[in-house]
Design a protein around this ligand. Structure first.
Ligand SMILES: C[S@@+](CC[C@H](N)C(=O)[O-])C[C@H]1O[C@@H](n2cnc3c(N)ncnc32)[C@H](O)[C@@H]1O
Length: 372
């Protein structure tokens, strides 16, 4: 039975046809838009983050270790103010909790009052890049890591915090992130039928279009990969490359060009890359890895070839991954150009571009088929 069908979603200008899919309890992969960079957070997204045990444990341990006796800034505290409350409970001297979504800031303030910490945590509504503090803090904790490491603006936001809001030599939690890339066989992951958006995800696609003001080729996440080692085994065709290094306690560069290469370790059809992130919450932690672990961060699909190029073990994909700041000064635009080197035949040039709020709708075969 066909799982996918064409439906319509709203966009600011007009209705847009979209490839939808039936949502099953154990489906092959399906799509969800990347929402954190707009930022679109509500009960569902915050709930997913609180359920992510690895994330919660790593952050809790780090906050308990570094907050006692110190002043703390929690950037993006969210409606649950989890790290602000954890810092206060661990004995922080004072906590500044900043949140840009007004509703989340209001709920956070109430949660903090009910927990009895209103005298030790001050909630500031707005962007961290717009606020002032009475004095720089000792520790900055934040979880504004995106589906691609820097896509929610961690590079620009935490560089600003370091310059204005944190004492020289102050500590940043998390310590470091990178974006990861693995060659991907979409057909194997989705049992031959291209993945679509289940109906319940439409409102998130609509909210992304509405926050940008028009439909565009938004970043799509592949849901269902992380929970299934078998699907990873079938569809991840290569080793993993790391790009976009962000050193929150070191030389933090939100923009750059990274050269990388992946070598194919099994035969298949190369449709594109699955992009994820690795996150070191503290320096001595094992990184969280969104390509292979169940997590609240989902891999992003970077389509490169609609039909898929046949590859064999030992073939290579060499590429340049470019991160530039979009014109909002916070959220990066990403671009990738590369060449597939196979055993026989000339190298095949391939490219991908994904702007935060770029012009261009249905610009590639993947998006023309997703929005038919
Ligand atoms: C991934 S959620 C994390 C929520 C909570 N800290 C946690 O770890 O569960 C990121 C939150 O940061 C907020 N945010 C992102 N960038 C921000 C900024 N520059 N200033 C203030 N809030 C920001 C978003 O609105 C969102 O609520």
């Amino acid at each position: 039975m066909a799982r996918s069908f064409v439906a319509e979603i709203d966009s600011p200008a007009h209705k847009v046809p979209v490839r939808a899919c039936v949502f099953e309890s154990n489906p092959p992969v399906w799509l969800f838009p990347s929402v954190g960079e707009y930022p679109l957070y509500g009960d569902f997204a915050y709930g997913q983050m609180l359920k992510d045990e690895l994330r919660m444990n790593r952050y809790s341990e780090a906050v308990r270790r570094y907050a006692p006796g110190r002043t703390v800034l929690d950037i993006g505290t969210g409606q649950d103010a989890v790290w602000a409350l954890a810092a206060a409970r661990a004995g922080a001297r004072h906590v500044w909790a900043v949140e840009v979504i007004p509703k989340s800031a209001r709920i956070a303030r109430k949660t903090i009052e009910q927990a009895g910490y209103a005298d030790r945590i001050t909630v500031l509504e707005g962007l961290s890049t717009d606020i002032e503090l009475p004095e720089p803090v000792d520790v900055c904790v934040s979880e504004i890591i995106g589906t691609l490491g820097g896509s929610e603006g961690a590079g620009a936001v935490l560089r600003d915090a370091r310059r204005r809001l944190v004492k020289p030599g102050g500590m940043f939690i998390p310590h470091r992130s990178v974006t990861t890339a693995v060659a991907f066989d979409l057909g194997s992951a989705s049992a031959g039928e291209p993945p679509g958006f289940p109906l319940f995800t439409f409102r998130y696609v609509e909210e992304v279009f509405s926050s940008v003001g028009r439909p565009f080729d938004l970043r799509v996440c592949l849901v269902g990969l992380q929970d299934s080692p078998e699907t990873q085994e079938r569809s991840y065709l290569s080793g993993t490359a790391e790009v976009e290094p962000l050193e929150f306690n070191g030389d933090l560069r939100p923009e750059g060009v990274d050269r990388a290469e992946v070598t194919f370790t099994r035969p298949g059809r190369f449709h594109g890359l699955a992009l994820g992130m690795r996150l070191w919450v503290t320096e001595d932690d094992e990184p969280l890895d969104s390509l292979v672990q169940p997590s609240s961060w989902t891999p992003v699909y970077a389509p490169l070839s609609e039909a898929g190029l046949p590859v064999r073990s030992g073939d290579r994909f060499a590429f340049e991954f470019t991160t530039t700041m979009s014109d909002d000064g916070v959220h990066p635009d990403y671009a990738l150009t590369g060449k597939l080197h196979r055993d026989a035949g000339p190298a095949v040039p391939l490219r991908w571009r994904s702007g935060h709020h770029q012009d261009g709708f249905r610009t590639t075969p993947f998006y023309r088929s997703l929005f038919p």
